[in-house]
Design a protein around this ligand. Structure first.
Ligand code: NAG
Ligand code: NAG
Ligand code: NAG
Ligand code: NAG
Length: 382
């Protein structure tokens, strides 16, 4: 395996600030009335998962996105026009690392599950705003900075420690953006978050997110994501989780543009279940393509620099397989909607604070890990 050192720290930092928005501008906004708690909505079925997560099945045509002003005339697309083409002839079936699973949710046909988040509804708005303005972040992993139309990868799932009483989050993530300049960007991403102040516990949960300039909107927040799957519950707990020096688990995630409708889809799992999409209408810049991608970990929140959470497994990249978290089989989509491996001249590792977290990138087309990264670190947990 060869490490790819192709990129200087200066360039990395420039891209990072663009991509992640910089300390002053990054925020998570939660809108009380688009948080998925049905107010006037008819709930067709309520499903209790693990005795604590409540999913409401609501009519697919009455989901939060359809009250978004930009989506008044939006016509729902129940399936992508086509799936991206794989040019790899290698069969991925021999994988020894199993998938972490989301609970199976069986909403009736024509309805979608939306997680009820009591914690969020009861948080006063002022408190959230205060948190937003103080937010800071750190990143470790690999990044790409040229035109791309989507990505897929396998994300190793751990349970990094994040203090219960902090407002911090730790993500194992893939993300693509169209960046114009700092704070002026669109983006979408998917992966696992440990975010106690948002979800009410320390579980690793599957989330998708839309980045709109200065704000990040997870799952159905901000009412922009159009879900079509009746069985994938966004915000659900992933299980089992990887253990340091023990069994490893991962999830498959794909983000791609529908070449016909130009909506941006997210698909989950080895069966490529298409969960839903962010409609073309909501994007300012991502009308056609992206110019940046990130794979690895990030932490963000008001105490990430003073009292940092763990990232990944809580161990540094140099420890490698079974000990450091990975994102592997990284591929990007080209203009022809085919998967290709990222050009290593435009691809490199990224680390914002080496004393807390590290990221390493490998370009190795021969191993079944393909292009991959190890990343993570203990943060303040040393
Ligand atoms: C949310 O909806 C409730 C009831 O419809 C309303 O009283 C409240 O003001 C709304 N909150 C916000 C933040 O819009
Ligand atoms: C949801 O339930 C209502 C009332 O029972 C029913 O009229 C409606 O058709 C249901 N919707 C779906 C999509 O099943
Ligand atoms: C954090 O909360 C979880 C339950 O959500 C609990 O199991 C754990 O002990 C708590 N940790 C601390 C340090 O309070
Ligand atoms: C990295 O984190 C350490 C420990 O919190 C801190 O002392 C140092 O200033 C940070 N370095 C950078 C470049 O931010």
């Amino acid at each position: 395996m060869k490490e790819n050192p192709s990129i200087s720290v200066t360039i990395l930092l420039a891209y990072l600030i663009l991509a992640i928005g910089g300390k002053e501008v990054k925020c998570i906004r939660r809108e009380e009335n688009t948080s998925g708690v049905p107010l006037n909505q008819e709930v067709n079925k309520t499903i209790l998962v693990d005795g604590r997560d409540v999913y409401d099945c609501i009519d697919v045509n009455l989901q939060p996105a359809f009250s978004h002003p930009l989506l008044k005339d939006h016509k729902i697309q129940m399936e992508p026009s086509s799936f991206p083409l794989s040019i790899s002839t290698k069969s991925p079936s021999m994988d020894v690392i199993p998938q972490a699973q989301l609970p199976l949710i069986e909403c009736p046909t024509g309805t979608i599950p939306i997680l009820r988040n009591n914690r969020r509804v009861h948080t006063p708005v002022e408190t959230i705003d205060k948190v937003i303005t103080n937010e800071e972040h750190e990143v470790a992993g690999v990044e790409y900075y040229d035109v791309l139309y989507g990505t897929r990868a396998k994300i190793n799932i751990y349970n990094p420690m994040v203090k219960n009483n902090s407002k911090d989050l730790s993500a194992s993530w893939i993300q693509i953006n169209k960046i114009i300049k700092a704070g002026v960007a669109d983006g979408i991403g998917a992966g696992s978050w440990v975010y106690p102040s948002y979800s009410g516990d320390n579980s690793a949960r599957f989330h998708v997110a839309w980045v709109d300039g200065l704000k990040t909107c997870p799952d159905h927040d901000c009412g922009a994501f159009v879900q079509v799957s009746s069985s994938v519950g966004l915000g659900g707990r992933l299980k089992p989780l990887s253990v340091y020096k023990g069994p490893q688990y991962m999830i498959d995630v794909t983000i791609f543009k529908d070449p016909v409708t130009k909506h941006w889809w997210v698909a989950y799992g080895p069966q490529n279940i298409h969960i839903g999409y962010w409609p073309r209408e909501i994007f300012h810049f991502m009308k056609d393509q992206c110019n940046y991608a990130l794979w690895g970990g990030y932490v963000q929140g008001p105490t990430v620099s003073s009292d940092s959470p763990q990232m990944g497994s809580g161990h540094f990249a140099s420890e490698g397989l079974g000990k450091a978290a990975f994102v592997r089989n990284i591929e990007i989509l080209n203009k022809e909607n085919k998967y290709v491996i990222p050009d290593d001249k435009k691809f490199g590792h990224v680390t914002t604070n080496l004393s807390k977290y590290t990221g390493k990138g490998y370009v190795d087309g021969h191993s079944h890990f393909g292009v991959h990264t190890y990343y993570g670190g203990p943060g303040g947990f040393v």
